[in-house]
Design a protein around this ligand. Structure first.
Ligand SMILES: Cc1cc2nc3c(=O)[nH]c(=O)nc-3n(C[C@H](O)[C@H](O)[C@H](O)COP(=O)(O)O)c2cc1C
Ligand code: SF4
Length: 509
């Protein structure tokens, strides 16, 4: 039983501040918070940055790092006697192949990727100067909540965190709740392999993001703003804290709080994120109720992605119609990340709905002969180059069973075997499944084992039954992770059947 004075929220913070996880530490946290020891163990074990602390480097084994030579980096570390531990993804795909040190700073990796173009007429314009005038917040206050909501609706702004849900609809839902206590949460957990745009916004445009948060909080009537930052991004958090401290007056009346992630991709899912903020295991909740109705501490909560929030100041200053006109097939500009076999990996702000070729033109062209691409990270599966002319947008990609997600585009050339690439992504999903529901927990394991067996033995019989396992995962999983975790396999098999024949081509190098 939890004691009356339990402050569950403090559990993760106390574990984070202490050293190695141990029975003594757990007992101490139990005494401090009143949360039972067994629950503290269960919570700590859920998060890799709390439970697997060691002096070893963290080496990324994600697809982009594999394409860029993580195997060679591993061999190099072994040769130098530097201990390392392989992890799913480190959010540094532009710097691939990457290893982080104990302080989560990049020890091995290339320079940060490109940010382009530099054009003051772009809604975010990562390559330009930040603006700390807070003129957009002032404008919002002049307009009043109702006109702000109409402006956001006119802009057609869709959430940039993955689902593409209309922003104004969530704001209206929060405003419609009776509770006077409301929250705004900035989702800066950015964990989709291939994506690192939110990191760049927070580092290069902290004031624009803070202003977006203040506009959202003011409009929906929330007094507290929570910024949930991916644990592997300590510099992002420090930069934002510094920027908020420097603002002063313009933010008066708003309470900013930071929460650190602890190495669980699933915490990017909004209800898992709320669970983590409450000091629990990051297991997604069943929706409905949605966070707009029952969110943090049971109160109405507006959760937005960093990029969505960073679009708000320019929408307020230049108008909804102006923002809408920035897109090609859907409203607004979009920050596309591109990595893999391209010459200049980075973040490119382009009209929403550009094609792969448009994007890769910006990124210096293809390396080698392109064969396949992920339009939106691991969750989007793989598409063949015959689809290179399709708009990279939310609705068009959803219609063909893929997704734009957070627009982490990964390009693969003809040296890549797609069964091997599917295995790589399956390892990611198996590692990151929270284990709460059987279709995902068991399905991700079955997929990974079958693909590994097929690649080891070259026998397509190893893949028997995977279509029905995939179907079940898609239909019966509780959250978005399980629903899309079979996509790398199903799309690779559909578009690259030759790679699933007995004799398969070379591995991802
Ligand atoms: C498995 C999974 C991981 C997610 N990871 C993120 C993430 O890292 N960042 C993010 O903003 N949204 C992520 N989302 C989407 C969030 O649940 C939520 O839709 C989003 O934060 C809402 O913000 P938006 O309306 O601005 O898109 C994820 C969803 C799922 C299913
Ligand atoms: S689908 Fe996977 S990640 Fe989502 S709740 Fe179920 S087990 Fe957890």
């Amino acid at each position: 039983m939890e004691r009356k004075n339990a402050t569950r929220e403090q559990v993760l913070l106390l574990l984070e501040q202490a050293g190695e996880l141990s029975p003594a530490l757990v007992r101490q946290v139990e005494r401090q918070t009143g949360v039972p020891e067994a629950e503290i163990w269960g919570t700590a074990r859920f998060y890799s940055l709390l439970s697997e602390r060691s002096a070893a480097l963290l080496l990324c084994r994600g697809l982009t790092c594999k394409l860029a030579g993580s195997r060679q980096l591993a061999a190099h570390l072994e040769q130098r006697g530097e201990p390392y531990r392989s992890v799913s993804c480190l959010g540094q795909c532009d710097r691939a192949p990457v290893a982080l040190d104990q302080d989560l700073l990049v020890r091995h990796g290339r320079a940060r990727g490109a940010v382009s173009p530099d054009d003051p007429d772009l809604p975010i314009n990562l390559a330009g100067q930040d603006d700390a005038s807070f003129a957009a917040l002032h404008r919002a206050r002049q307009l009043g909540p109702s006109a702000v909501l109409d402006t956001i609706e006119a802009s057609g702004l869709q959430g940039r965190g993955g689902a593409g849900f209309p922003a104004h609809a969530k704001w209206r839902a929060v405003r419609a709740q009776a509770s006077p206590l409301r929250h705004v949460v900035c989702n800066a957990d950015e964990g989709e392999p291939g994506t690192f745009k939110d990191r760049e916004i927070a580092l290069r445009r902290p004031y624009r993001l803070i202003e977006g948060l203040a506009i959202a909080a003011w409009t929906v009537g929330a007094g507290t703003i929570h910024i949930f930052v991916r644990g592997e991004f300590p510099r992002v958090r420090a930069g934002l804290e510094q920027a908020i401290a420097a603002v002063g007056e313009a933010l008066s009346g708003l309470d900013f709080r930071f929460v650190a992630g602890h190495g669980a991709y699933i915490c990017g899912e909004e209800t898992a994120l709320i669970q983590a903020m409450e000091g629990r295991r990051g297991t997604p909740r069943i929706k409905p109720p949605f966070p707009t109705q029952v969110g943090l501490h049971g109160q109405p909560t507006l959760v937005h992605n960093v990029e969505t929030l960073a679009c708000l100041p320019s929408i307020l200053l230049r108008g909804g119609e102006w923002f809408r006109a920035q897109g090609r097939t859907e409203p607004g500009s979009k920050l596309y990340c591109v990595t893999g076999h391209v010459h200049r990996p980075g973040v490119y702000e382009l009209p929403l709905g550009v094609t792969l070729d448009d994007l890769v033109d910006q990124a210096g062209g293809y390396v080698g002969s392109p064969r396949a691409f992920c339009p939106g990270g691991a969750s989007s599966g793989f598409l063949p180059m015959s689809m290179r002319d399709r708009p990279l947008d939310f609705q068009g990609l959803a219609r063909i069973g893929s997704m734009l997600g957070s627009a982490g585009v990964v390009v693969m050339n003809d040296t890549v075997n797609m069964a091997q690439a599917a295995l790589q992504q399956s390892i990611f999903f198996e590692d990151e499944s929270c284990g709460q529901c059987a279709p995902c927990r068991i399905g991700t394991q079955v997929l990974r084992q079958a693909l590994a067996r097929f690649l080891a033995e070259g026998s397509p019989g190893a893949l028997n039954g995977l279509d029905s396992v995939s179907w079940e995962m898609e239909q019966a999983s509780l959250c978005g992770l399980g629903m899309v975790a079979s996509r790398p396999y199903t799309s690779a098999r559909r578009y690259f059947p030759g790679d699933f024949q007995p004799a398969s081509s070379p591995e991802v190098s």
